[in-house]
Ligand binder design. Structure first.
Ligand code: F0G
Length: 464
């Protein structure tokens, strides 16, 4: 056989179904036309819409014939296990995930993230009960790890050697780490100069081939979509339905941490809109399986400069996405053409949530307030608190309701932003300069003193 023919066969092998989802438990379904039992790709062959994973095998007796109560007990019991899959805050919930051979799992013990009470932020927003589910406490510092452990494991199980993503920084950091742990090569496409150096340094450190394209995130996605069509490379962007499955476990974990008592509201930042979709999917499944009896309202917050979902809902009732040219200092959500907008909109509608947008100055203020609670987060995560304040003012969130903010990234992800904020020059030369005067009282710029005991004591006394 000629070399080119061999290459073709190998290529076809690599691009054919990535995993077997036909074992009866889980199945791929198109969110547009509803077709099921599709080949394992990222878009429907017929209508090109996104795919999601459904679980016909749960009917009629629950996952693996287990009731919600049995699953609650089983999952809790795994917390004292030393098995890698049990120590993962994702695979601990494996009965509600697509099936995979445990040997194939790539895990950094992701998930297991804390829920913190935020009393000062609650007061500032005008409510009594405010919590943060801090997804930034994952191994690479963002929520992406919960989805990546799933999708990278399925990529490896399917025999792929290369994985790739376009990213605003966190997906790339996470993918690079999981690929290396699993012995896979990885290709990262990021917008040149528009991701934080912390995230860029992670993908270099974890061993990815990192390419800065002279375009924005949406441009990186366009290039990558072509690349994966033509090369045997497995796409690990969040259009990958296995990413969504992994990410949904954060909601199972949150509810477990709350003794299966749903909060009234969950507020999520919106970028490519997969995380809100994943959390909403999990809540729907929990209600269906009898874990919870009511759904929290899931609301999505965007930056004013990267607000395609907000615009679409306001201008055409969410009938059609209005892509925007995105611009925000919260670079993680600098996305103008989000892939998962239909999934997110469905979640907002089904749970009775809403969408809102916040300004750059509101984001900076909220980030400082979350930092001052000793918790901290990256700018994109702070849209949740900024948005909550608006929802309280609008009466959508009532003062006595319980709210959980999903903090998606660790504060060290974008230390530059934080330093500029405290030095007081974050908004220098921007149109927000005048408005940013209100932030002064939150700034704590570093002080420089002579190395003298007296000088330090004098400072302490003046600060007391
Ligand atoms: N928060 C952070 C810290 C993020 O990194 C992202 C997305 C989001 C929120 C938005 O989540 O896309 O599911 O709506 N970051 C992606 C990336 C796009 O490439 O790291 P989403």
């Amino acid at each position: 056989m000629r070399a080119s023919a061999l290459l073709f066969l190998w290529f076809r092998e690599m691009t054919e179904p990535a995993t077997k989802t036909d074992l009866g438990v889980s199945q791929l379904k198109c969110i547009g036309c509803g077709r099921t039992a599709l080949p394992d790709r990222f878009r429907c062959e017929t209508c090109r819409d996104l795919l999601e994973i459904i679980f016909p095998g749960w009917e009629p007796a629950g996952p693996y014939g287990l009731s919600a109560n049995s699953l609650k007990k089983l999952w809790l019991s795994r917390k004292s296990s030393f098995e890698p899959a049990d120590q993962s805050g994702v695979w601990r919930f494996r009965e509600v995930l697509p099936e995979i051979d445990q040997e194939k799992i790539i895990t950094l013990r992701e998930g297991n993230t804390p829920v913190y009470e935020l009393p000062h932020c609650a007061r500032s927003a005008g409510i009594q009960h405010l919590y943060a589910k801090h997804q930034g406490m994952n191994p690479t510092g963002s929520f992406k790890d919960t989805g990546m452990t799933a999708a990278a494991s399925f990529a490896r199980a399917a025999g792929y050697q290369w994985v790739a993503c376009a990213s605003t920084g966190n997906t790339s950091a996470s993918m690079a780490a999981y690929a290396s742990r699993g012995g896979l090569r990885s290709l990262v496409l990021i917008p040149d100069g528009k991701i934080s150096w912390g995230k860029l340094s992670q993908s270099l450190d974890y061993g990815a081939i990192t390419v800065q394209l002279k375009t924005d995130f949406d441009g990186c996605v366009r290039v990558l979509n072509e690349v994966v069509e033509r090369m045997p490379v497995y796409l690990l962007n969040s259009v990958n339905p296995y990413r969504v499955e992994g990410q949904k476990t954060s909601a199972f974990e949150l509810l477990e941490q709350r003794g299966w008592e749903p909060p009234d509201h969950i507020i999520v930042p919106g970028g490519n809109l997969a995380n809100s979709s994943a959390i909403g999917k999990a809540l729907g499944e929990m209600k269906h399986l009898g874990f919870i009896s009511r759904l929290p309202k899931v609301s999505v917050m965007q930056a004013e400069g990267a607000n395609p979902l907000v615009r679409s809902v306001r201008e055409n009732g969410g009938e059609k996405l209005i892509p925007v040219h995105a611009e925000t200092m919260a670079t993680a959500i600098r996305i103008g053409n989000p892939a998962s907008w239909k999934k997110a909109l469905r979640v907002i509608r089904e749970t009775g949530g809403t969408v809102e947008q916040v300004s750059e100055v509101e984001i900076a203020l909220a980030k400082a307030e979350i930092g001052a609670e000793g918790v901290g987060c990256e700018p994109a995560s702070a849209v949740t608190l900024a948005g909550l304040k608006k929802l309280v003012k609008q009466g959508f969130v009532k003062p006595n309701e319980t709210v959980v903010l999903v903090l998606t990234g660790h504060t060290l992800k974008d230390a530059d932003f934080t330093l500029k904020f405290h030095r007081g020059d974050l908004f220098d030369g921007t149109t927000y300069q005048a408005e940013s005067g209100s932030l002064k009282r939150f700034e704590r710029s570093p002080l420089v003193l002579e190395p003298s005991v007296d000088a330090v004591i004098k400072l302490l006394q003046s600060a007391a």
